[in-house]
Write a protein that binds this ligand. Sequence first.
Ligand code: 5AD
Length: 495
Amino acid sequence: MAEILCAAGYEEAPYPEAASIVVLNTCSIRDKAEQKLRSEVGRLAMRKQHQPELVIVVAGCVGQQEGKRLLKAAPELDLVIGPDNIAELPGLLVDIEQGGVKRSVTEFDLNAPRFLSANPEFSQVVPSTYVTIMKGCDERCSFCIVPYTRGAERYRSSAEIIAEIQRLVAAGVREVTLLGQTVNSYRDPDELLPKAPEIGRYDWGHTTRKIAEQDESEFAALLYAIAERAPGLLRLRYTSPHPRHLTRALIEAHRRLPILVKHLHLPVQSGSNQLLKRMIRRYTREEYVERVSALRDAVPGLALSTDLIVGFPTETREQFAETLSLVEQLRFPSLFAFKYSPRPGTPSLKLGDDVPETEKSTRLEQLFAIHDPMRHAHLASLMGTTQEVLVEGRKKDGAYTGRTVRNEIVHLGARADITGQLVQVRIALSFKNSLGAELVDEALRISVNELPRVASHADDANLRPEGTENHGSGELIPAPVRRVDVSSKRQLPVI
Ligand code: 5AD
């Protein structure tokens, strides 16, 4: 959105209060996210009383879900747009400027899907960035609102994906994360991809051949094509995969492609087969464990993270104990857990919301009580080791932050600007959610003793603490706040 608006002549306001247009980008995955939007709109409505020319836009999934209802509930809003209507934003802002009526534009582009392409000339180049490869979701997980806010699955052509990655790499990007709601269900609409190795190998102990055939995709083939045609790319990640599409071919791609990181975020949601069935996840605990084991065999040292929901309707204590036992069994170095939140229009609504709030909190606490030591042991096991870190940026306080190939966050100091570099570091500190390190390169090294204050602060302030419900693509993503470029012809008010 920021890029589209900048290309249309707007520019970023230095701070929110200086903006004449505020775009709130929203997530509706849980009710809490929606609440945040409502309070933010309330604050902006107060501001609009003494700044009547302020333009307030709601974009994203809450916009899609609520549409006109939002305009009715908050008359201060000027525009509501859904995730598929971002490209129309500049034109819609012109309409507002010309005194047009308030509108809610929430059309899915089902027949001619559009994918926004990052243009590195307009955006600031960062070492690690995202590339969308598919949108929408054909799963029907009973708790999840995504199929209704994002529509049916649509895939971007492999040629377009690869061209975008090539442009990004040429502009200095080092790491790309492929994005999609069920990213590994990808199929190339242009059918340009050669078959990936191990396509058609369905020798699972817990999945019938018929089901496994249905779950095959072309995602592995896309990974090979990217690795081959974007040779300057150092690391490739993807999120979020669905376990049923973690096929033999995809596991083989992990084994063969050094560009793929040693980390996978593979949401499991529950350890109980009865619950998985009620959640309509389309796999069993045994299937999940079998595939994870095959992946771990293929990629020694792989770090697996997951999402879990506690207090799904009808979840008994015994069933919740099965989730605990799965966490014990698989020892995820990192996990995100959420209290079940009933969402409008989802199939699980008819099951009620019978696990009391206090019980949900207790289960969340129990989960973290068994997971905290695991995470701590994992981070502690890295102390003293040498790791390769891709440096993503520098904090205001001077510490650099990057990630290991397994996704652990590392803070370090340096005597020169190392942003965007792949550096060797020695791990010397472990915090709650991250690590502190020193550069192996003596000439650039800053002692780790100068780091604790900075890094522990960064750890507290910037990482989503586990055990809360802050995980996700950002519940209320900091909005691209714009003011009008005074030099542009457009005469929108500027503060
Ligand atoms: N309630 C609680 N958590 C949810 N998630 C998705 N929908 C809900 C819901 N209704 C969680 C899942 C998913 C993550 C992004 O959000 O764990 O993997």
